[in-house]
Ligand binder design. Structure first.
Ligand SMILES: Cc1cc2nc3c(=O)[nH]c(=O)nc-3n(C[C@H](O)[C@H](O)[C@H](O)COP(=O)(O)OP(=O)(O)OC[C@H]3O[C@@H](n4cnc5c(N)ncnc54)[C@H](O)[C@@H]3O)c2cc1C
Ligand code: FES
Ligand code: FES
Length: 1294
């Protein structure tokens, strides 16, 4: 039997890895064992792409050649990498010599927090390697990033950077030969590899574990089928065995530990592919999905008459998961997943069943053949069976094949419903489409549902062209579907409607172009063009480096994987901590039993609330206390009840699973605002905000509208989850925290440990994305790690798993809102009343509802306003700040009201909005007078620039011509009041003698927003020196004591203000010497100052108290969004989005463009695909993983994405004439909701309901969009008249 150890080459170094690593993933091996932390980790389920590496392995079918691919290292066991040559980001370039890919990504400003960046780089690296010898197109590049999520950038700059390597790129073509991709970096000295020390690289490093890895399975690697059968019927008989092909299935279902992992990749019989003219195509069991797609394409191209259906299959399988998953995943593993979990909406099963593939299975006694559906019930256990191959036979040319997959976002998602249809159609008789045979297969209906048998029977020998047959079939189909309710999946109604709609699409295809042209708009799916974009920004060369469009300072180290995050910190002596989270939303805790946890290898200690030396509260006054660990009661599911400390993260998490909390008095949790209203579960009342007398004004207004709406929450989805590393010291505690608020962490840790604040040293160098979620919530994690460190006397790291992070950390607040508005015949506002209920979750500390009083009027003047604000107490995690909290929702509410008014008056909404826009001299809801307002001109100019009227007309024409595709276009203008009050920051600037280099420590956290770059630009400008002399230091509790949080968009400008003040202080000391030494260099001047005894350090404190009124200045913007929807499925596409944003005189235009694009895409996700669902009984979050929670991917961004920074708009009161940027653009993205609403209106117009107002709730998921269009099988016809002239023979075209 072959050795179970693996010989793996990583960045040119060979490692021998033993069986102790059988449960270790490649990702863990890279990060923990080798310290190669450039490869990141987030979801550990193949859903995010931060862990992508490049792999070359010998091709078993072509000796001497290699298979090249990207894979997700988080799902790949290190022992399955035997014989592989793996390249990580560290092997492609470094800070001194970045590869061309890394350079391009840097120069296109494709990084913000940088946490996704190495995965992006490696995915592109793999693509270029895989494309060697072929011409890479822009489309291929765009198609290849379905598996890499970036929450910061909006993807546009990343795609643009990588498209420069395509041969059809409009940018200067970069020759792949010259881009340094072949560059190998010497792992020893970081220089390009000369290849001279090959013999050294040939030496093998044996890797020995430094701690107990907790491996519970044995590992086998048979080399032939015979060996495999001997194993299965010998030592492994009766054991739980996992046959490792791609090992990606654990990203979908983790069925727990098994006794043995048997790597089948060396079994050549399982990788073979044969093509025979009569027998068809046979693919071995281990063929990956990527390879399968290629294999299917060939016969389809060579012999379309018999193999046309293979193209249909290949297209469909291309929608499975993502490129790196498909590169690793086998079709066999997918079918076996379906076999083990019948409810799994397998696309591979659907395709194989549709194609009538024959699956050959084998055991020690021989082989047999089954269909994919028979496979689901075949006994695989005694004797143990193995899938060997699948065979696809040629098919008659008169059979039509179609498949459909409807997903919650454009790509990288499982099917909400998938369908495969096959029909042999006789179209020889004029006017008829006789069905000779038909198969209607559906997925995600219920675990046992495969074929719509009754509908199939009904259709045999029926004439599909007869409308009565269509209706008969649809009725039968609807009756026989019987979907099963899955709590995290869309409703039964949607899934039933969708399945019927997909069949209707197929029926229209059978009819061909003889069906009414308008109705044929249902055929096929939305086709997305290649993404394009424009970025237009002003710059002032006379002020350089201020206003210079430069990428982030840290961009290169982010691209090369050298940027170190707190989650990258590791040491062999460090302990790791994981939470035990409550499984009930509202209950008393009667017992926490840690007996079994303490038996888990590596577990050192289990901590509960009684172990806390200080206060069991991580929130400093005046905040409301929040328990660090639940003591007597749990108030939300996901609340920490204990902490498990262990020698590794795996052990800590395994230990946490073994802690048993016992509950009593379990109550039904309150989960929504509506629940809270019913239960009267509120936090202390908040006074109404009144301007004028809204009620009287509404009552006396000529017209009124009234309504309500629901608005969901949003997960932050930062790519680096909450993390802290705490080290006990003689002084107290050193804390490295991924926080937006160092001072709060210092408070929380001191409080929990009962120490003086001065004993806690907190530092934050960079954070891998935050979006508000690390303002107050990171303190929880830091204080917990500190507690564990204090109790064990050891350094402790707590880095939450994605799942725990999702369950524990609160999100953007959901709302229930009612409104009432009065207006005149033109739509001029007379009075507006908004009654908003905000879901604060289980604690009210981060309540954004007062945002209504700051931003609730958005861009519109009205003399009478009333805002009622109620904070609901629910059993969900305490909701928290999320990018543009309070403003986003407040602006959405008033925009919703404006849309309602426009609908009432039957006017385009922009006309009503335009009429009410603020003008100079108007008073806004804060009582402040509007000045420097040019919103009317700006909006008018914007509408002209984006050709709004022309496009509006084109949308109407399109909608008339198309029954089942509808378009919508909507414009959102914005006034965003910027609040400086209560934001306190400091800055510390030191000039070093002996070179004149400058170090800056400011009180903001670098979370990806580019704060360091802006500060460096401003300091260089003010001091009149090169940026290269400036370095920015971590935000620390000593140098930046007492600073408030990084948030509200203002931190960049306020720390810049403090930095400028430091520079001014320094210049006032230096300038006399500088003037006296005219012509001398900066270092010379500084040296003289030093020898003269001058203090070359300055600090500054910024504490704006601008007025009693909150708004310091306003920033303006307009967004226009155009969408197209598929009425039958609810899918949408953002055809074009234009945003004009006022950044004043942007300090750093490329950074600001990045912020605008990132904010827009985060907003688009919030309003369309990101949906939170909770279990009604326990209150547990159901959408806690990447399988269910869907932020936007590369193809969810606007197909045409145009961003403009307003020109000639210096801010007279701003810092260096600039304005804020990070949050306001998100507030305008609600325009996508209203564009979708327009499209739904057009669909409702078809059934005479176009004039009706309907309540619209957000996010506008595919389910809601379809539902609002009111499709119904009675509408599924071939058009107004029965087709009479059917003369064409069915043409099978794709
Ligand atoms: C993020 C993500 C997204 C996904 N999205 C989709 C999607 O949209 N649509 C979809 O259909 N699927 C999807 N999948 C599922 C994916 O296709 C499967 O994980 C994959 O095909 C499994 O193949 P594998 O080679 O990795 O199997 P493995 O994980 O290696 O094995 C899976 C199972 O198959 C068994 N097995 C392996 N080889 C054999 C053999 N020769 N004989 C018998 N049993 C064997 C193993 O014992 C194991 O039980 C997704 C997966 C992930 C991780
Ligand atoms: S960590 Fe591997 S895909 Fe998310
Ligand atoms: S830069 Fe992509 S996630 Fe932050």
């Amino acid at each position: 039997m072959a050795s179970s150890s693996a010989l793996v080459t990583i960045n040119n170094v060979k490692y021998s890895v033993g069986e102790a690593y059988s449960d270790t993933t490649l990702n863990q091996f890279l990060r923990k064992t080798l310290g190669l932390t450039g490869t990141k980790v987030l979801c550990r389920e193949g859903g995010c792409g931060v862990c992508v590496v490049y792999v070359e392995e010998p091709d078993p079918n072509q000796p001497g050649s290699t298979i090249k691919r990207s894979i997700n290292s988080c799902l790949c066991p290190i022992l399955s990498c035997d014989g592989w040559n793996i390249t990580t980001v560290e092997g492609t370039g470094n800070q001194k010599k970045p590869s061309q890919l890394q350079q391009q990504l840097t120069s296109h400003n494709g990084t913000q927090c940088g946490y996704c960046t190495p995965g992006m780089v490696m995915n592109m690296h793999a693509l270029t390697k895989m494309s060697e010898g072929q011409k890479l197109t822009e489309q291929t590049v765009e198609n290849s990033f379905d598996g890499n999520i970036c929450r910061c950038t909006g993807y546009r700059p990343i795609l643009d950077a990588f498209k420069t390597f395509a041969h059809d790129s409009k940018s200067k073509l970069l020759d792949l030969e010259d881009v340094g991709l072949s560059l190998q970096i010497c792992p020893k000295n970081g220089s390009p590899c000369s290849g001279r020390c090959h013999h050294e690289h040939d030496s093998i490093t044996e890797v020995l574990p430094t701690h107990d890895l907790g491996a519970s399975s044995s590992w086998y690697r048979p080399k032939s089928l015979a060996e495999l059968y001997t194993l299965l019927e010998g030592p492994l008989k009766g054991k739980k065995v996992f046959l490792v092909a791609g090992h990606t299935s654990v990203g979908v279902y983790d069925d727990g530990p098994c006794d043995a992992l048997v790597d089948t990749k060396k079994i050549v019989e399982l990788t073979q592919i044969t093509t025979d003219a009569t027998e068809g195509v046979t693919v071995g069991a281990n063929v990956s999905l990527t390879h399968l797609i290629q294999v299917l394409r060939e016969p389809a191209a060579k012999n379309p008459a018999q193999y046309h259906y293979m193209d249909v299959l290949a297209d469909h399988i291309s929608k499975v998961a993502s490129v790196p998953i498909r590169n690793a995943a086998s079709w066999t593993g997918n079918l076996m997943l379906k076999r083990a979990h019948n409810e799994f909406p397998s696309d591979v099963f659907l395709c194989f069943e549709l194609a009538e593939a024959v699956i050959t299975i084998g055991n020690k006694d021989g082989t047999s053949s089954v269909s994919p559906s028979q496979l689901l019930t075949t006994n695989f256990d005694d004797p143990k069976q193995v899938i060997l191959k699948a065979t696809f036979h040629p098919k008659p040319s008169n059979v039509l094949y179609r498949t459909y997959k409807i997903m919650p976002r454009s790509q990288n998602s499982h099917a909400l419903v998938n369908a495969g249809f096959r029909a042999e159609v006789d179209s020889y008789q004029t006017g008829k489409r006789i069905i000779r045979s038909i198969a209607l297969i559906f997925g995600n209906i219920n675990p046992s549902f495969i074929y719509a048998i009754h509908t199939q029977k009904f259709l045999i020998e029926a004439d599909m062209a007869d409308p009565a047959v269509l209706q008969g079939a649809l009725g039968r189909l609807r009756n026989e579907l019987q979907p099963k309710a899955y709590p995290a999946e869309p409703s039964l109604e949607y899934r039933t409607n969708l399945a019927c709609a997909l069949f209707y699409k197929f029926a229209l295809e059978i009819l061909g172009d003889v069906a009414d042209q308008r109705y044929r708009s249902a055929v096929g799916q939305l086709v997305r063009p290649l993404s394009s974009g424009q970025q237009d920004y002003p710059t002032e060369p006379k002020n350089y480096p201020l206003t210079l469009p430069i990428p982030k300072l840290e961009s290169v180290v982010q691209c090369t994987g050298q940027a170190k995050y707190i989650s990258d910190m590791d040491s062999s002596t460090m302990l790791h901590a994981a939470f035990v989270l409550s499984e009930q939303g509202s209950a008393d805790i009667t017992q926490i039993d840690s007996t079994n946890a303490l038996k888990v290898n590596g577990v050192v200690r289990v901590i509960t609330s009684i172990d806390i030396p200080g206060s069991n509260n991580f929130v400093a006054p005046p905040g409301v206390a929040e328990e660090l660990l639940a003591s007597r009661q749990v108030v939300f599911a996901g609340q920490p009840v204990a902490i498990v400390v262990a020698t590794s993260q795996v052990a800590a998490e395994n230990g946490a699973k073994q802690v048993k909390a016992v509950y009593a008095n379990v109550k039904t949790p309150i989960l929504t605002c509506q629940d809270a209203i019913q239960a009267k579960s509120f936090y202390p009342a908040i006074d109404d905000l009144k301007v004028g007398d809204a009620e009287a004004a509404i009552a006396s207004a000529p017209h009124q509208v009234k309504g309500s709406m629901e608005l969901g929450g949003q997960m932050h989805f930062y790519m680096e989850t909450q993390v802290a590393v705490c080290t006990p010291t003689e002084d107290g505690m050193d804390v490295e925290a991924g926080t937006q608020w160092v001072d709060a962490v210092q408070d929380g840790v001191a409080q929990v440990l009962a120490m003086n604040k001065s004993s806690i040293n907190v530092s934050c160098k960079r954070v891998g994305g935050a979006y508000g979620g690390k303002i107050t919530r990171n303190t929880w994690i830091a204080a917990s790690a500190a507690l564990a460190a204090q109790l064990t006397g050891r350094q402790v790291k707590m880095h939450l798993s994605f799942w725990d992070n999702a369950k524990l950390v609160g999100k953007r607040n959901p709302y229930h809102t009612e409104y009432h508005a009065g207006f005149d015949a033109d739509g001029k506002l007379q009075g507006v009343y908004i009654n908003a209920y905000v879901d604060c979750g289980a604690a009210p500390n981060d309540n954004p509802i007062s945002g209504l009083g700051t931003w609730g009027d958005n861009a519109y003047f009205c003399p009478n306003w009333k805002f009622s604000m109620t904070a609901c107490k629910t059993n969900t995690p305490p909701n928290t700040w999320t990018r543009a909290p309070g403003s986003t929702e407040a602006i959405y509410f008033i925009e919703h009201v404006m849309e309602h008014i426009a609908k009432f008056l039957n006017k385009p909404s922009i006309d009503v909005k335009y009429l009410n826009l603020f003008k100079n001299g108007d008073k806004c809801i804060t009582g402040q007078t509007i000045d420097n307002c040019n919103l009317t001109d700006l909006t008018q100019q914007f509408l002209k620039n984006v050709e709004y009227q022309k496009r509006f007309n084109a949308v109407q024409i399109f909608n008339k011509e198309s029954r089942w595709r509808k378009k919508g276009i909507s414009v959102t203008p914005m006034k965003y009041g910027v609040v400086w009050n209560s934001n306190l920051y400091n800055c510390f600037v030191t000039i070093f003698h002996n070179g004149g280099a400058v170090a800056v420590a400011h009180g903001g956290s670098e979370i990806g927003q580019g704060i360091n770059t802006k500060v460096a630009q401003a300091v260089a400008y003010e001091l009149g020196i090169s940026m290269e002399l400036i370095s920015i230091k971590p935000n620390m509790s000593l140098t930046n004591a007492n600073a408030t949080s990084t948030g509200g968009s203002v931190t960049s400008e306020l720390v810049t203000l403090a930095a400028l003040d430091c520079c001014k202080q320094l210049l006032s000391r230096i300038n006399p010497t500088r003037q006296a030494m005219q012509g001398k260099s900066w270092p010379e001047v500084i040296e003289k100052c030093f020898t003269d005894g001058m203090d070359l350090t300055a600090r500054s404190w910024v504490a704006p108290k601008t007025d009693v009124a909150p708004i310091y200045y306003n920033t303006w913007g307009v967004t226009c969004t155009e969408v197209e929807i598929d009425v039958l499925t609810g899918e949408h596409q953002i055809l074009r989005l234009d945003v004009l944003h006022d950044c004043g005189e942007s300090m750093s235009p490329l950074i600001d463009i990045g912020q605008i694009e990132g904010a827009v895409v985060m907003g688009l996700g919030y309003y369309t695909s990101e949906q939170l669902k909770y279990d009604e009984k326990s209150g547990q979050l159901l959408t806690y993983n990447t399988w269910y929670y869907k932020p936007p991917t590369t193809k969810d961004i606007p197909a045409d994405f145009r961003v403009q920074i307003l020109k000639n708009a210096p801010n007279p009161v701003g810092v260096l004439r600039s304005k804020v940027v990070a949050e306001p653009p998100l507030c305008m993205t609600c325009s996508v909701v209203f564009a979708l609403r327009n499209a739904c209106d057009a669909a409702r117009q078809e059934i005479g309901k176009g004039r009706e107002w309907f309540q619209l709730d957000a996010p506008m998921t595919v389910e809601r969009t379809q539902g609002y269009c009111l499709p119904d099988i009675s509408q599924y016809t071939y058009g107004p008249t029965k087709p009479t002239k059917i003369s064409l023979r069915l043409r099978l075209t794709r």
